[in-house]
Design a protein around this ligand. Structure first.
Ligand code: ATP
Length: 509
């Protein structure tokens, strides 16, 4: 897809509607009204997600000699999360509206003083969006007009609720009610889901659903070193579910409470050039995203300012994606020093060291961590691939086609097999034979119902890169060829079975 033009701006409403209509993503527990922040992946979504995971696993683990895989448990000893700092510090600042009972993340709730002729005459508030600053400016103008205050209004200075002074909080209106006086001061809210292990439900049985997969790699570090025949530098990779009780899950599957992560811890020597290794991993992640079809035009980098990094962190760069709701974090690549292994060594009393043959000294390796969410990648490929086009049908009439330009690597269906007419047994027989052969290796779809143009359109909408039509030339002309129709160009050419397999072998890897 990287050589097809970037699609025009797409609305989230279109993405959500298509995802539901074609069985990619449903609201979880929909028949009971849904559960905020939880989603189900339908037949096509499950395939798409699996393909994203498989591509990552193949490229990250199987096709490299320096990375091994891991599948650690979701619930781990609670001491893991004390040592990692999550019990004390995995918090978001929370603001309550006492009247509406709405909850906001303080860093996503913005306010501004309304300043007229140098004097603060009130406050306005708005939730985070691409237009927050403009909304606050408009709200300030409207405030001044409604209160009939004379004089010139200063341009608003946008702040979030974590920056609000104690005397300002009572004056800032709640976005839910539009009135001041109901917002609380921000307080820390721990995002880990708690549960109890075993029959007792007292403090001793408290455990947590993991909020990240990374800690599994640190806690099993010694097991892997002792059994995995790994030598520095090496990585441990894992794919799995993580859970965060997000205060405001939003933007569809972008920020949910149950999601899936693909994380890798790349362990390096304490004296290694970590900055070089960090940069190499950022470049690797960017290149990988392109192999699954994300266009470079939608990707950018955000370097976390030094002063905002955790004390142990040497540097973090996020690969950002231009979603319809703004440019947001897709993949974080962090240089974490040796903080995590040191924490677990101290808390468990078990050294987490490696012996350096050259210096005959033991040391704790440092780590570079690329961490990405499968759901965020899936949303990115849906948004980047979605296009609505006007095309001419066989009779020359203009019609609309919706197309998902998925890369063949991740497309849920690779090929649709379409006998031209379902009432011609000689066409159907060839089509069924081809279907049987292809489905041993690839996800393919057999469809004989309806006009051929309509069948093509159905496949375009679910992102199938190729349709193969079994027509009269197939059975009447020598050499048994099929019509291969390409999704993006809509061009058609004749292809033999051997060439079809060769094409798939090259493009689906
Ligand atoms: P954010 O700042 O967006 O909350 P984060 O910096 O806390 O994300 P990390 O802890 O670095 O995220 O997690 C690594 C990756 O996991 C993120 O880059 C993102 O792709 C994914 N991720 C994190 N939180 C969520 C979530 N609530 N829903 C879906 N994916 C998530």
């Amino acid at each position: 897809m990287s050589d097809t033009p970037a699609p025009t701006a797409v609305s989230m409403d279109n993405i959500v509607a298509l995802a539901k209509r074609r069985g990619f993503i449903f609201q979880s527990s929909e028949i009971y009204g849904g559960l905020n922040g939880f989603f189900d992946y339908g037949p096509l979504g499950a395939e798409l997600k699996k393909n994203i995971r498989d591509c990552w696993w193949n490229d990250m683990v199987r096709r490299r000699d320096d990375i091994v895989g891991l599948e650690s448990s979701i619930i781990m000893h609670p001491k893991v999360w004390e040592a990692s700092g999550h019990v004390a510090g995995f918090t978001d600042p929370l603001v309550d509206c006492k009247v509406s009972k709405q909850r906001y993340r303080a860093d996503q709730l913005f306010f501004a003083a309304v300043v007229v002729e140098g004097k603060t005459v009130g406050y306005v508030s708005a939730l985070e969006s691409e237009k927050t600053a403009a909304e606050l400016q408009a709200a300030a103008e409207s405030f001044k007009r409604k209160k009939a205050i004379q004089g010139s209004l200063l341009p608003v200075v946008v702040k979030d609720m974590t920056e609000a002074q104690p005397d300002e909080i009572a004056l800032i209106p709640s976005p839910a009610t539009g009135e001041p006086g109901s917002l609380t001061a921000p307080r820390s809210f721990n995002m880990m889901f708690q549960t109890n292990v075993g029959a007792m439900t007292d403090a001793s049985s408290v455990a947590y659903l993991r909020p990240e997969t990374a800690q599994g790699m640190f806690v099993d570090f010694k097991n892997i070193v002792d059994t995995g025949r790994v030598k520095l530098p090496f990585g441990v990779a894992q794919i799995g579910k993580s859970f965060r009780n997000e205060i405001t899950p939003r933007n569809f599957i972008f920020r949910s409470r149950e999601f899936e992560q693909m994380e890798m811890e790349y362990f390096i020597h304490e004296d290694a050039d970590w900055a070089k290794c960090h940069e190499e991993w950022i470049a690797w992640c960017e290149a990988w995203l392109k192999t699954i079809g994300l266009p470079a035009s939608h990707l950018s980098r955000y370097t976390h300012p030094k002063e905002k990094l955790a004390f142990y962190s040497r540097g973090t760069v996020d690969i950002m994606f231009a979603y319809p709701f703004g440019v947001q974090e897709l993949w974080g690549i962090a240089a974490r020093g040796n903080y995590d292994l040191t924490q677990h060594a101290n808390a468990s009393g078990k050294p987490q060291e490696i012996f350096d043959e050259a210096t005959k000294k033991k040391f704790v390796p440092h780590v570079i961590e690329p961490a990405v969410g499968v759901d965020r990648i899936l949303l990115a490929v849906l948004c980047a691939g979605y296009a609505e086009e006007e095309i001419k049908d066989e009779k020359g009439a203009v019609e609309k086609r919706t197309v998902l330009r998925f890369s063949p690597r991740i497309a849920p269906v690779k090929v649709a097999i379409l006998p031209l007419l379902k009432n011609k047994p000689e066409l159907v027989a060839v089509a069924q034979k081809l279907h049987a052969k292809l489905k041993r290796k690839y996800a393919v779809f057999y469809d004989e119902a309806g006009a051929i143009g309509r069948r093509y359109r159905r496949q375009d909408e679910i992102g199938t890169p190729w349709c193969v039509t079994i027509d009269f030339d197939t059975i009447e002309k020598p050499g048994e060829t099929f019509t291969l129709r390409e999704r993006d160009s809509m061009s058609q050419r004749r292809i033999t079975e051997a060439d079809l397999f060769a094409l798939l072998d090259e493009q689906v890897y």
